[in-house]
Design a protein around this ligand. Structure first.
Ligand code: HSE
Length: 401
């Protein structure tokens, strides 16, 4: 019998308890023994839940219980999740988590602590909801391939909002409310719509793929709040779909860079057809080429599936559970602004420079929208400045993936 504790009985926590109950038979066959939820820690009481008798408000009942060998932390945020996780690892208990904020901010330290105490800290559910991506990235692609880059749609809430607005014509606020009702959004949904959630996730994927954790404040991040429906429509007519894309890459010199922005995705890129709450992670290895991971990126059941996968993997005590990386040093962080890339640029037709360096463009209702030739950041900034001085308005610029 493997006794586990669940920390946080919210959307993901209750989904995990339900999965462990519903799929108990197959889990027993896989682990060779039963996995039983012994305690559930939450501030609240759940008198109507079938698990009401397992609820405790006292963390010491878990950390001091020698029969509990694994805890699933689904509280989210840094405090008290960090202190609880540290105490559990030090008490010789493995911890699995869906808490991307904690892994991105303190993963380096928590992994070292797990190693020191001969236990595991696993976080499959922290990225991509139900998609098995962390372990395959490490086990099946890591080492055998040099990972060159990762491009991902890593936030289910924003992808759901963008899809609903485009396909059903509903407002941003309505789409966000639906995402919250479906259990996709963070407690504070600004983390979703302002890109921070995707930023934490690309930091984690970068750490797994490249062995270096970038500080989140060194990952340029923009969300979807400034996007305009008119630009999405124009981008569509130019052959692109606008998606919130997180990227991480390793340069030839071994430096790494990551960023999160709404980007125009060409229709022949598989990420362009990732819709709704689904996430997609496109990984490029130097031998395998492109590998695409796809599945539901948020919600109780998919995320519970990922949490449960960590629990059963730990039950098997495999080496696949041992992760490690170091924090990226200043000299290992690559300045992305030095790269040339294509941009979408839209401005009043009268203000468009005659010599706009564009590979294609269209004009509609007095607005020109163009896909530029590859430009460096200073070149696109100069173009913006030129347009502002002609018409007194900011042109709209988005990167092309
Ligand atoms: N708020 C997150 C999302 C939940 O929408 O992707 C899953 O990490």
């Amino acid at each position: 019998m493997i006794n586990i504790a669940v920390l946080g009985f919210g959307v993901v926590g209750s989904g995990t308890v339900k999965l462990l109950h519903d799929n108990a038979g197959s889990i027993r066959r896989r682990c060779g023994e039963d996995v039983r939820v012994k305690k559930i820690l939450d501030l609240r009481d759940f008198p109507d839940s079938p698990y009401a008798s397992l609820i405790t408000h006292d963390f010491s009942e878990i950390v001091n219980d020698p029969s509990i060998s694994v805890a699933a932390e689904m509280i989210g945020g840094i405090r008290p999740a960090f202190d609880f996780t540290l105490a559990l690892l030090r008490a010789g208990k493995s911890v699995v988590t869906s808490n991307k904020e904690l892994v991105a901010e303190h993963g380096t330290e928590l992994l070292a602590e797990a190693e020191k105490h001969g236990v595991f800290y696993c976080f499959e559910a922290s990225v991509g909801g139900g998609i098995p991506v962390i372990r395959p990235l490490k086990e099946d692609l890591g080492g055998t391939n040099a990972i060159e880059r990762i491009d991902g749609i890593l936030n289910g809430t924003t992808n759901y909002i963008l899809t609903e607005m485009k396909e059903k014509g509903i407002s941003f606020d309505t789409a966000l409310r639906q995402a919250q009702q479906n259990g996709y959004a963070e407690a504070d949904p600004r983390a979703d719509v302002e890109g921070l959630d995707a930023c934490r996730k690309i930091a984690i994927l970068g750490a797994v793929a490249f062995g270096r954790m970038l500080p989140v404040d060194r990952i340029p991040t923009e969300g979807i709040t400034a996007l305009r429906a008119a630009d999405e429509a124009m981008a569509g007519r130019l052959g692109f779909t606008v998606k919130l894309i997180a990227t991480a890459r390793r340069t030839g010199e071994g430096k790494i860079a990551a960023s999160v922005r709404p980007r125009l995705v060409p229709r022949d890129n598989p990420l362009s057809s990732v819709s709704g709450v689904f996430n997609g992670v496109l990984v490029k290895g130097n031998y395998v080429g492109d590998v695409m991971f796809y599945g539901r990126g948020a919600g109780a059941e998919p995320t519970a599936s990922a949490v449960a996968s960590d629990i059963v993997n730990i039950a098997e005590k495999g080496k696949g559970n041992r992760f490690s990386w170091t924090d990226a040093g200043e000299d290992e962080i690559f300045d992305e602004s030095t790269l040339s890339r294509r941009y979408y640029l839209a401005c009043p037709a009268a203000a468009a420079p005659a010599s706009l360096p564009a590979e294609r463009s269209l004009t509609e209702n007095g607005t020109v929208a163009a896909i530029t030739l590859p430009l460096k950041e200073n070149e696109i900034l100069a173009l913006k400045q030129e347009i502002r001085s002609r018409c007194g308005e900011e042109c709209r610029v988005l990167e092309v993936l």
